[in-house]
Write a protein that binds this ligand. Sequence first.
Ligand SMILES: [Zn+2]
Length: 468
Amino acid sequence: MKLSIIPAPYQTEYLNGFTKADAETSFYEDANLPRDGFVIHIDGDIKIGASSQSGLFYANNTLEMIKFQCGQNLPNVHIRDIPKYTYRSFMIDSCRHFFNIRDIKKMIDYCAKMRFNVFHWHLTDDQGWRIQINSYPVLTDTGSVRKGSNFGEEQNDIPYGGFYTQEEIRDIVSYAHKNHMTVVPEIDMPGHTSALLASLPDLVCNKKQVEIKTEAGIFKDIICAGNDDNYDTLYDILDEVCSLFPDEYIHIGGDEAPKEQWKNCPCCQKKMKDENLSNEEELQGYFINRINSYLRSKAKKVITWNESLNGGNLCENITVQMWMDPKKRSKESKNKIINSDFFHMYADYPYEMTPLKKVYEYNTDINDNVIGTDIPIWTEYIPDLEKMEYMCFPRFIAAAQSAWSINKPSYNVFRTELSEIIPFFGFGNAAQKEKWDPVKITRLRKVIVHFGSISKNERIREFFLNKK
Ligand SMILES: [Zn+2]
């Protein structure tokens, strides 16, 4: 009998005979295994080896997966497994739509079974500020509620809000840790900040009143990078973020920040002159580097989206999350890379545009700087957990296998094994086989509709049309 194990093991050697599922199970320390790695040896009894608690956790999950498909008689087998990447992440956007603590825990449960070890939590954006900051209650009093929602078919003037209290955040962090996952909060800056700027108008270049956005898009109101007081405000906010999230990384956004306001702001222009910066992209590099220095002083490492590379002056100790054109951009960068190529890995795109096969077969190894991957679910069109599960599963499983498995089997093998094992992950009716890889004509039609009417991002449209 051949086992279906996802993520696929590094080495599997079948031995003769069978062992009862309730046979004696013992554990030993195997110092030769890397962190997260494990050995499962089934031959009369069951022996599990690991060098870390996470390795033990993954071994136990894998043993459960084996029992799930074999029932009472387990084939005798020796499995040795080690991960490809140390950083295996999924991202949830809690801003466009809010997901309560129960929903988040459910996603963590699913993803832990896939051996994701990082939960990237997108907590602030134009459409809502979702994290309680005690020194600035206005961020949630004002910033967490928008006037309505205008996303695709969802068009209404019903106030929409929600935020996580600090107690709830601590609860999620501790829940993630129990599942051997770290939590990376994302506090977006200098762009995607309408909810922040609506709450703290002093941070805007012209100090004008900004509205919390009700629709998707890229908005021109961004944090003034020339005003030194703004950095102190951001440091105060980040102090609380650091105390809530004890793990090593903080994500500070850095994507999609239009530069018109900086071009017209005397304060930003003076800062550029004082710091010898020749354009506004360099000013963004300066801004991100300055926040990075502060966070480094608090023993944190910083992640930013790839746009922060545009100025060419980004500090090399910042990790860059590549969502746009990763192959081209990574050539210019010495920074460590998390690969999130939107064309292959965005789980909010329709299956017609990003079928399971496309996620699975993507080669994430752009170069030696890649430390791992992150599969995001942006939630403009994801109003609830049911839709989220539908969009994520099984595409998250494909991404998990790519992040973990050094010996990744062919797509056909993956698909066959997935069909057998998918009930193990427990997400009920979300994973419907018919939708995984739609036929070409359906795909084409949907893609044209999606990019023709929904996206306002010209660069995405261009990029996509060029590829076709
Ligand atoms: Zn300014």
